[in-house]
Design a protein around this ligand. Sequence first.
Ligand code: ADP
Ligand code: ADP
Length: 229
Amino acid sequence: MADLILRGVSKRYPDATAVDGLDLAIPAGAFVALLGPSGCGKTTTLRMLAGFEDVDAGQIALGDRVLSSPDTHVPPEHRRMGMVFQSYALWPHMSVAQNVGYALKLRGVRAAEYERRVREALESVHLAEYADAAPQALSGGQRQRVALARCLASEARVVLLDEPLANLDRHLRASMEQAFRDFHRRTGATFVYVTHDQAEAMALADRVAVMHRGRLVQWATPEELYQRP
Ligand code: ADP
Ligand code: ADP
């Protein structure tokens, strides 16, 4: 059953049509890679999904709820989406635990439950001992695990990842790929994963959306893509 639906979504900038009539129906719990060369509109698509950008045409819906259309814009904090971006700024003035719990606090979750969910989320990414640390004290891989913990604590239904491995060394990439797979399996969340790296898309995703000049040019499983010339 399709859960996250983009219908004819477009985004124009003065000098470029970044996304041009994009149609996608993403099943609940899928791990989808948005794949394509630099400039094809991947990041703009993700930012529209997150609610950081509005849409010029078309519609984005999650379940039966319209999140974006030319006259609807649900703000990011009300989308049930989590974000793991390449250089995603954890709030520098908050501890690791406060970053993880931020969305819960906004929602007014009670203290005992807040403490429990933040602790469990940090334990699940093996960072419990860093709860009181400042984000700046953590390595790149650790910061991404904090971002995953934040998705977990806030029970994100969709997790958006933008080239999350791009700045990491080879050893760390392998361990983060495993962390993404584990997290995806454990939570059943829908993953939308932006990359320009075909091997990475094939290794991680169960569905690949290939974009070119703001349009969808292929929608296939990795196996189907392997069989094509
Ligand atoms: P990708 O993530 O695939 O590299 P982007 O979504 O970043 O592609 O960009 C798609 C197109 O939109 C590019 O031509 C880019 O220059 C343009 N673009 C993206 N963001 C902006 C912006 N904020 N202002 C103007 N043009 C933009
Ligand atoms: P993992 O536990 O998944 O292997 P970590 O994020 O704990 O990954 O650390 C991976 C690498 O990052 C290690 O090689 C470590 O030396 C390095 N590292 C740790 N802390 C920092 C830091 N504050 N700044 C830069 N690199 C760091």
